[in-house]
Design a protein. Structure first.
Length: 121
């Protein structure tokens, strides 16, 4: 039986605070981005069947904007703050920035680059 997913309001989602996971290394790229290496969180089954070592890592390439957003994922800054900062830095509409930041954070969450801290109210 699957666990029911919690639905968050838009306000709760914007108040959430992303926190970057452990980053093993960061390598600058020529375009101003970075190649980020993080530990691979393989399941026990994956380690057994695929023989994935506990020290395995995975890499992601981020563009300069992605590097900036990841840099703000410190567990203290909210999604709302990150979107407002992106809007200011990139001279874009705040609503457009919110959509872009939320989409990017969802991807980083799925890839294991961040976790979300959701404040209790």
């Amino acid at each position: 039986m699957s666990k029911p997913s919690k639905k968050f309001t838009r306000e709760q989602a914007l108040d959430a605070k992303p926190l970057a996971t452990t980053i093993v290394s960061r390598t600058p790229l020529p375009d101003g981005g970075e190649r980020v290496t993080v530990p691979l969180q393989a399941t026990r089954m994956q380690r057994w069947i695929l023989r994935v070592p506990k020290t395995a890592t995975k890499q992601f390439e981020l563009d300069p904007v992605g590097v900036s957003v990841l840099g703000m994922c410190d567990g203290r800054k909210s999604v709302r703050y990150i979107a407002q900062r992106l809007a200011k830095d990139q001279a874009m509409d705040v609503v457009q920035a919110e959509h872009a930041v939320i989409a990017f954070l969802r991807t980083m969450l799925r890839k294991g680059l961040i976790v979300m801290v959701v404040p209790r109210k």
